[in-house]
Ligand binder design. Structure first.
Ligand code: SF4
Length: 476
């Protein structure tokens, strides 16, 4: 199960009802998962729904009125393997002891299942998050409910990327980030309600008017309880592996990850791209929405005027959906069909299109077709993320190698010239240019040794064990 999701946990030390804060934070994290959502509080059954967070105001009002609690957790989900099975909507109840929510990918579910033995039944629909929860429960029973020790043991067994938030039946919250820090997790304070908030991204704090205090460190567990906040380090690694794709595509531009502004990182990778490619261009335009800061950065470096040449529908229900994280090709195409060319901006122009990435190439080809139909003269298509030619085992749903356009185009070749030319042929444009690894790292402002770029390099050394996806789960 690949879970590219958003997490939130709120603990109010003044006893204020926190469910409205959780719901609003989940709305701010909606870009991380658009398939389902759920919230949980002690002594209430979890409330879960398919679709967008409180799509109908009824849900928002109902949840806030019916779940009155000073502590709770929430989750938005984007799963890409199997169906959006309602039984896997999170948070997931584990025994009578706790509820768990997860962001990441656990790649060795088979081994976890083996470790469970016969103590728990694990039907085929059970997700990897559920398996981790069951194994944690088993370890808790073995260690006399020593939570920190149990996490420490669990972390040695689990392969992959994870952030968890856990709510116990006693109303305590645990938040855990894996020791490489693949996925983001941060902690903040809401002064008006004397609440501590843990969330996947700082945008979930900003929407509440809360202050970002810091990132949860890789290998750290934070406990929030009536006794205050405790921190425990279960593993310290000198090599971190923050996902570079969070900076260029996934995270919200207002978010800060590892002290770096996602917005500025995007602008800077756009600048780096402009240092590497000097195509003919009357205007530079972004593929909306995530590439907009990068196109601005490209304009600032190159001097080619910035224009809005492609507009995403902002009025219909699909306007807020992200094509890349839709669960099927039909749904992805339905979202990209809601992007329209602005004829007056593009007709008769040489255009530089900046996108955050070119993964399958299908939506890029569609954008090129729209622009040509609208009368564009020459189209150069540039990607801020280098060519993706390997799978991701840490929480992003890249297709298999054969569906990755850079892999197809290069025919296995690593030469950037071959890849650029091959992708240009496939998406039927005049020129394609990808950023390189140095441009990406310099733009983000972190050294390569702090980032994960395995999907570009094929080097998975930043994982503690060579990851492999559980084939049985893939076929589910
Ligand atoms: S493999 Fe690529 S998408 Fe996956 S975590 Fe690493 S950088 Fe991010």
């Amino acid at each position: 199960m690949k879970e590219k999701c958003g997490l939130v946990a709120v603990y109010s030390y003044s006893g204020k009802a926190v469910m409205p804060m959780i719901m609003n934070s989940l709305r701010a994290l909606q870009h991380r998962g658009q398939e389902s959502w759920g919230v949980a509080a002690p002594n209430y059954p979890p409330y879960k729904k398919l679709g967008l967070v409180a799509e109908y105001n009824y849900d928002f009002v109902h949840v806030n009125k019916s779940i009155v609690t000073p502590v709770g957790i929430g989750h938005v989900r984007y799963s890409t393997i199997g169906t959006s099975d309602f039984r896997n909507v999170q948070p997931i109840q584990i025994g009578n002891e706790f509820l768990i929510a997860h962001n990441g990918t656990i790649t060795n579910s088979y081994e976890l299942e083996k470790a469970l033995g016969h103590e728990f039944a694990t039907p085929t629909w059970v997700s990897d998050t559920h398996l981790v929860g069951l194994r944690l429960l088993q370890l808790l029973r073995q260690t006399g409910y020593d939570w920190f020790r149990s996490f420490e043991l669990l972390s040695k067994e689990v392969v992959g990327a994870y952030c968890f938030v856990i709510l116990t039946n006693k109303g305590e919250v645990y938040a855990i980030r894996d020791d490489r820090g693949f996925r983001p997790l941060c902690i903040g304070r809401h002064r008006d309600t004397d609440s501590m908030i843990i969330a996947s991204e700082s945008c979930a704090l900003s929407i509440l008017g809360a202050d970002l205090e810091r990132d949860v460190n890789p290998g750290e567990i934070i406990k929030m309880s009536k006794d205050g906040i405790e921190s425990y380090v279960f593993s310290q690694q000198s090599r971190h592996a923050h996902c570079a794709f969070e900076y260029t595509y996934f995270a919200h531009p207002v978010t800060y990850i590892e002290g770096r502004s996602v917005y500025l990182a995007r602008k800077n990778v756009g600048r780096e791209l402009a240092k590497r490619y000097h195509p003919d261009g009357d205007i530079v335009i972004p593929v909306p929405d995530s590439a907009r800061p990068a196109a601005l950065g490209f304009y600032e470096e190159s001097g080619i005027p910035f224009e809005e040449g492609l507009l995403k529908d902002r009025y219909g229900r699909k306007g807020g959906l992200r094509s890349f994280i839709q669960p099927s090709m039909e749904e992805r195409l339905a979202v990209t069909r809601m992007i329209l060319p602005l004829i007056e901006a593009v007709r008769g122009q040489d255009i530089v299109v900046v996108d955050d990435s070119i993964v399958r190439g299908i939506s890029s080809k569609q954008m090129v077709r729209y622009l040509k139909n609208a009368g564009a003269k020459k189209i150069s298509f540039l990607s801020t993320f280098p060519p993706i030619t390997y799978p991701c085992y840490a929480g992003i749903d890249f297709p298999t190698k054969k569906d990755l356009v850079a892999y197809q185009a290069g025919n296995g070749s690593k030469s950037i010239e071959d890849i650029n030319k091959g992708v240009a042929d496939i998406i039927q444009t005049d020129l394609v240019g990808y950023n390189d690894v140095k441009g990406l790292c310099d733009g983000i402002g972190l050294p390569e040794s702090e980032l994960c770029i395995s999907c570009v390099t094929g080097d998975y050394k930043c994982f503690k064990k060579m990851p492999h996806l559980d084939e049985r789960k893939l076929k589910k």
